[in-house]
Design a binder for this molecule. Sequence first.
Ligand SMILES: C[S@@+](CC[C@H](N)C(=O)[O-])C[C@H]1O[C@@H](n2cnc3c(N)ncnc32)[C@H](O)[C@@H]1O
Length: 370
Amino acid sequence: MHEFFAAAISGTEKALCEELRELGFASVRLNRGGIPFRGEMPDGWRACLTTRIAQRIQLLLGRFPVPTADSLYQAVRGIDWSPYIDRSKTLSVNAVCVGSDITHSGFAALKVKDAICDHIRATSGGRPDIDKNDPDIRVFLYLANNKAALYLDLSGEPLHRRGYGREAGVAPLRETLAATMLRLSGWDRQSPLMDPMCGSGTIAIEATMWSANFAPGLLRDTFGFERWCGFSKEDRAELKELRGELRRGVKSKTARVIACDHDPELLEKAKQNARAAGVRPAFKQRSILDLQKDEAAKFLITNPPYGVRLEKDPDFCRRFAATISRLHGWRVCLLAGSPDYERMISAKPQFKIALPNGDLKCDFLVYDID
Ligand SMILES: C[S@@+](CC[C@H](N)C(=O)[O-])C[C@H]1O[C@@H](n2cnc3c(N)ncnc32)[C@H](O)[C@@H]1O
């Protein structure tokens, strides 16, 4: 059994914990920054293929006390690196240091890199090169209160890169954040759902994929763990088998998902993205302000404009709130990047969760409109 860590963006931990439990992973534990779970190595591969919310899946290589820089070096050098890396591979190391005698994360990363390279030089007479952009092996060190946890990344590219080469709109959401909103919203994956301000279509595409039980990793050609030294022919066959099993679980019938935007160019991008992802939400060009209460969907989830775009139209939040208040019997979920939305909507949210969108402070607001 191995211990894995599903790294999460801030605010998504609870949703990720729920997702990993639902996907059947063992010893899943709610934790800040990411969710630990346990399993055999193929469970780590399955997590890469199936999670919609985690940013990365990492394998725990060891935990050890780090009273000094030399103890960090010795502990890392003592690990058996042969299943993962040899002189022919490339390497990157990242570190985070909190409340420890080693305060400089760049220095800690350098110590780890030196220890790995010296280990490999001693066993094979050569050392791996460093590649910060597209390394074969990514190592992460978390050093907190002089205690280290060392991880090896399984994902390669972060998992929000779904592999369908998305065309970005004006302010695209990360796919993992859109998947988090969907899970937190309480959507049942069957009822009709609408994003009336869809931009590049992220929420609608993620919703359709989830409703179809379409594992997001199926769109990716490759993951980081496939570049490890120990990834054998047998492993490749087992991974192929796993991909086949997940593909057989995809449902052809999905919930009706409707994506609208008032901008025809963005809508074109959204259509292109959905085609590339292999899903088919229904697209329609129109303003949210024309939304009627008797539409097919009674479930609205969206990420309305914020920042400069709101400054250009300062009355938009009020008109948006007036439109929402007419949707009797609907559930309305917003990732609001401006407090004006909550201020203008007269109903009280059923719940509100802080959910940052990159550097932007946002609230996820969920309303049941009477
Ligand atoms: C923050 S962006 C949404 C980004 C989207 N979630 C994505 O991942 O690409 C806000 C969107 O609202 C759209 N929008 C602004 N005013 C609108 C209106 N009155 N009716 C419909 N869409 C509108 C913009 O064109 C823009 O695409």
